[in-house]
Design a protein around this ligand. Sequence first.
Ligand code: SF4
Length: 694
Amino acid sequence: ADQNGETLVPTHCCFCGVQCGMYLRVDRGGKVFGVEPRNHDINRMRLCPKGINAYQQVNHPDRLTAPLMRRSRDEELREATWDEALDFTVSEIQRIQREHGRDAFGVLGGASLFSEKTYLVGKFARVALKTRHVDYNGRLCMVSAAGANKLAFNIDRAGNPFSDILLTDCLLLAGANVGECFPVLTQYVWGARDRGATLIVVDPRETAVARTADIHVALKSGTDSAFFNAVLNVVIEEGLTDEAYLAAHATGWVEAKANAAQYPPSRAAGICGIPAEQVVQVARAFARAPKAMAFHARGIEHHTQGVENCLSVINLCTATGHIGKPGAGYGTLTGQGNGQGGREHGQKADLLPGGRSILNEEHRRQICEIWGIEESELPAAGTSMMEMVWQMQRQEIRGLIGICNNPFVSLPHYAVVKEGYDTTEFHAQFDFFLSETAANAHVVFPVTIWAEDEGVMANAEARVVKHNKAQEPPAGVRTDTWVMCEIARRLGAGDKFAFGSSREVFDELRRASAGTVIDYSGITYERLEETGGISWPCPSTDHPGTPRLFEDGTTYHADGKIHMQVVEWHPPADPYDEAHPMTLTTGRTVAHFLSGNQTRRLGALVEQTPRPWAEVHPSHGFRNGEPVRVVTRRGSEVFPALVTEAIRPDTVFIPYHWPVPTAANALTIDALDPRSKIPEYKVCACRIEHADAI
Ligand code: SF4
């Protein structure tokens, strides 16, 4: 403590996948009241507007400090005691499962939770509730990248640390609005450019990083794999492939090469709505660079061909030999703070801890041993988040516990989501603010915010970092861990959930991950506090971690090779017609985070960006601020126009952080990528009209 009795608690930002280090300032009364920069090597003192304002949530007047409940949706939510709320929840779980079977109750987790809690979400659903229905909101984020990573490398994480960006000669960003979604990462992007690297940005919008790019490819949304196939076509035609690398380290090259031949630049130019010369420029810049890196984000991942889009980038990196070297490699930029860690430890419908498959008998046996249950007791694979909502609509799932998510803003096609939740007989939600989804629930459990507990997250580099507790939670608030364990105890599974702290959960998580690719067994809280972060796999406490993958050219497939895949482009799910000739695409803005449940309450961020807008090209004749109605097959909403040449004339952009009646996701389509089940947020057919008023 300093002379004023104030202390600085080292921790990390709660928001995006960069996971900037910060200090929380704690007053002599033990309350968080501010933030200080921290010279952590991820962010080197820098924070973005969200990070600077994050602390304001901690003692915000909107914090929930008592459980809320109602027995039917006709009633208003009222304050309840913990016993009342827990008793009602447990009796509804038991009633629904008795009347309709165990799988009639589902659990939806979140990727902003610490990894300990994400581990517990999966165990809670499968061991305490014994349901197969568990999934999480990372399903809306980078699961298509995860699917591509597994197919190509059999490991689901980025290949290189952020610091490699500064060593590259060519940086390709595809569908990654780095300046707004991962702001502090721009220091690496522009740092590389300052050192002479060529910057290529593939994005339908001229974002801040696109404006500073050497080549900006403003392709039509939903055409990414056609573009990258064509780039590969030129690389092949011009003899720029790394044949020695391909021969030694790849399978599937013959088929991928034959497929690329179907995508000459002239064809891609027609599909993507770009000049054919840009395909050639990108191919030469990327392939001729001694070291090149490619990163993508939701821009190419939020598609019904999300896995294919990511694979088309991996094919390009592989064909040019830009994998596994300092300054050469490939990765996805995760959106949520624990977007990486949130998908590692078993809250995903098809995965068990350590990224094990729930379909694999050996993997199931290993986890049953750790959890102390019979193999016959472990449920089968479940369904994805959006599919669970469809099942709620059909009354196949009749009860739900939601933990750290806000589907009323974040899922596509709001009318379907609302109907699904309204159809449930019982819904409980964990949150620290009354989100739009929580406000619709029967029970709301008030839980801790990130600064009131300790735990780990894995950032977009797969670097595990530790968040530290800075203050005691307000009276009446419990940790998510405590609530899950208490429900489990009341359901008769208390012996499997005797966790008194995050540390105890982390120790079980480490044991559960041992021997897998996602090996945390060498990572301890003490080591994380000493080092500032360790990248997995880390199989022993004297192992330094693995910041860069594939350095010896070996992947995690049994044959050690990169498995290149044939990628065929297909049109988006929502067809264009006369009534819907334009593309609606959605995304984020720098001042807000995901569903906005946190950032829409923070004064400076609200002042910076108080409302959403529709970004339209000047050719449509709107004036700035004029009301523009955006119409899709799901409905229509009115937004103020932001008239800009930074968007394609055939495209409209709306940021999605707000609820109805200005919810981008009231308009988006609930079509899913068949492999990863990610929704197609980034492209649906629309038209725009003049409107009378907003
Ligand atoms: Fe937080 Fe991400 Fe901003 Fe860093 S870049 S301060 S992690 S929101």
